[in-house]
Ligand binder design. Structure first.
Ligand code: CO
Ligand code: CO
Ligand code: CO
Length: 318
């Protein structure tokens, strides 16, 4: 048997989903993901926590429950003191503990630039996987964290972000999507993905393509970190974001009153962003109320899935 066609692979490389899923039994499937990247903030402990929250997020986006993780770390041990690596690992370990799991091993490698993340294993019931392929016309689209993190990360690198803005971004990026995931599992939703480097619109595009539907987004309803609008005016180099814009060119119907800056914002590459959830209309209020009571007041309905065989995404102002 060609191992690539192992019938127990429920979600694999062929689809752009958040994590792979492998069925173990009638009632149990493994959810697996790995994610690591270079520091986006100066403080090593915060970087470790952000990288771990970001890696765990793919398990949460699939409706899974993380059970265990491994460290993946690259470090220039001749260039930087080992205490920095220890701080990165401590940040990751504390975040894993907050998620209720242990890190049971890992791998380290000498490299010019530090990089850190986790390989995470989770569990899910095979019938309860939340992919991004089952959004349906009429579903409300709900987002659980504000966007603008890519712009703020770039501003942090350039040194123009205020301490307050930096701290706010660190808090947002370190925030686990655990509660949001637990709430959506309890209410029952059609599709979910987490918003990361491919941006809000990029990840929505993955969802609409995989589900065979269209969507609209109301820009005025999308939560944006307020300082990100100001910083956007001062930043002109946003590599990830511009790659997203280029990829999405021709795939988005922008209403004529959407400015180019607003287009950039919706294509902004996030780090450890929130969950983007498609939920049937009759459960959307219940989902939002439950998210708000779970301590996620920013959770907002930002648009709707539309039955459209051409799978177009429209961005309108209101
Ligand atoms: Co993801
Ligand atoms: Co990922
Ligand atoms: Co998913």
């Amino acid at each position: 048997m060609d191992i690539r066609y192992d019938p127990n692979v429920m979600v694999g490389l062929g689809v752009p989903d958040d994590a792979g899923v492998y069925q173990l039994s009638e009632e149990l499937a493994l959810v697996q993901t790995v994610d690591f990247f270079s520091p986006n903030v100066d403080d090593p402990y915060s970087f470790g926590a952000i990288a771990a929250a970001n890696a765990l997020s793919d398990i949460y986006a699939m409706g899974g429950r993380p059970i265990v993780a491994l460290n993946v770390i690259c470090f220039p041990e001749k260039k930087l003191p080992l205490s920095i690596m220890e701080e990165i690992l401590r940040g990751g370990a504390d975040k894993a503990a907050e998620a209720g799991i242990s890190i049971i091993g890992g791998h380290s490698l000498k490299d010019e630039e530090p990089k850190y993340g986790l390989c995470v294993t989770g569990l899910v019931h095979p019938q309860k996987i939340i992919t991004n392929a089952k959004a349906r016309g009429g579903d409300a689209l709900v987002l659980t964290k504000p966007i603008g993190l890519g712009i703020i990360n770039a501003a942090i690198k350039t040194g123009i972000a205020s301490d307050e803005t930096t701290q706010q971004a660190i808090e947002l990026m370190s925030q686990l999507n655990r509660k949001a995931s637990e709430v959506m599992i309890e209410i029952g939703v059609n599709a979910c993905t987490d918003v990361t480097g491919f941006s809000l619109l990029g990840h929505l595009y993955e969802m609409t393509s995989a589900s065979g539907v269209g969507a609209y987004i109301s820009l005025s309803k999308v939560p944006v970190i307020p300082q990100a609008w100001q910083l956007l005016k001062e930043m002109n180099i946003l590599p990830g974001t511009h790659a997203n814009l280029a990829f999405l060119e021709g795939k988005i119907d922008w209403d004529s009153n959407i400015s180019s800056g607003e287009q950039v914002m919706l294509c902004d590459a996030q780090t450890s962003g929130g969950l983007l959830i498609a939920v049937t209309r009759d459960r959307s209020d219940q989902l939002l109320e439950a998210l708000h009571s779970a301590g996620i007041p920013v959770a907002t309905e930002i648009g709707e899935i539309i039955s459209d065989e051409n799978r177009r995404i429209r961005v309108r102002k209101k």
